[in-house]
Design a protein around this ligand. Sequence first.
Ligand code: NAP
Ligand code: HSE
Length: 451
Amino acid sequence: MRTIPVGLLGLGNVGAGVVRLLADNDAAIGARLGASIEIRAAAVRDAHKPRQATLDRARLTTDPAALCADPEIRVVVEVMGGAEPARTLLLQAIAAGKHVVTANKHVLAEHGDEIFAAAAAARVNVYYEAAVCGGLPIIRALREGLASDRIQEVAGIVNGTSNFILTAMTDEGRPFDEVLRAAQAAGYAEADPSFDVDGIDACHKLTLLARLSFGVRLRPGQILCDGIRPITPADLALAARFGYVVKPLAIADDDGQGVLARVHPALVPARDPLASCAGTMNAIKVTSAALGQSLYQGRGAGMMPTAVAVVADLIEVCRDLPEARAVRGAAGRAVPAPGPPPSPSRPLRDPGDLECRYYLRFAAADRPGVLAQVTRVLGEHEISIWQLIQEGAPAPGSPAAVVVVTHPARERRVRSALALIDRLPVIAHPTLLLRIQAQGQVTGACPGVML
Ligand code: NAP
Ligand code: HSE
């Protein structure tokens, strides 16, 4: 059987999983592809540190540029992470005529236009299934399965680490810091875990989903982005009393006027399928005009789930190489298929236009007249209260938690009200704002250009 030499940029969690999966499934992959995939070289920072990967040390290099330029290497797989030097190396590999596979949403969110354009010019492919939702094949679903339909909304859980943390805090009452350390030890978290817990990683992924779904070129800074840090076990318990589960969501929808993209934790009704998506599982609900709602769920982080997506891309990209085509006696896919085709960008909507119910937790002094001050400001902003709970102050002199669930209200009014309320002397800390994600929030027709 012919061998296709491949270069790995990075041999950490995901790289080690790729090496293991290729070894474990070598025969099956050979049968499917008509050729065997061989890791010819792997670039790392430190060639001497102990590794999970069972790759001959002689194949390690600390010169990733030389790997990208090596004429024998046919495909470069980038699993190092970060914007640089990943961007430069991907462009070098593409310029050298190599197809590339990457799990790196950060580099694609910030430099996708440049990388996809370079690939189109060089007539090579860029595959990136693992960059969004790990092993869950959502990129293929959007790019191929739904290519005939008009997408109205993508909404789901795209960060495994923050879902893992909220699940453990809800189900086991474990503290945030302890669960984050467990996520890091298990290899789920980003090198800088603030990317996970502050919503940055989900914003990177949402730029890729929105690009495929709506043709928009979102900059990460154009997405409303709240992380999960301020959520306490008490919020999770209170949410449960109202019939909700708190989930880290990423949502982009096109209502016909434009696209609104947001990443934030939200209260999801307990009966919603997203509510039961637990641990490192990811799930995405896609609403499209002809199909209606479809749900995609799978493991979104971790060595082997992510390796499944990387190696599937690798097999797909190798099918276009003459080595595989000659053996299979069939033509490969049309080259190039470098990611989303260019399309006119849809306008973006202001997140202030968002309308939903809100869960607001005020840290209020426990004395007469305080509630009246808070509710007066809410009323002046036309924010109507649906339910209200006050938990007594845990100790004399400390603030009480007053939780208000509102009727549907406009985001910009809620933010203006909180700006005033948080300046009241009776309010001890900034108010926690969580949105409530109702089912079927997409309404109206969505005319316009779609991919
Ligand atoms: P990781 O464990 O930190 O591994 C990164 C690897 O890249 C290491 O082997 C490191 O070398 C190497 N590296 C980093 N900078 C380098 C440089 N400048 N030159 C040479 N080598 C360099 O990261 P990971 O968890 O495998 O994640 C890799 C990518 O996959 C990231 O883009 C991540 O967002 C993405 N991803 C991860 C998961 C997951 O569950 N972990 C899931 C989906 C996508 P050393 O080993 O010598 O330090
Ligand atoms: N840190 C990421 C997560 C890895 O937890 O979802 C998968 O992209």
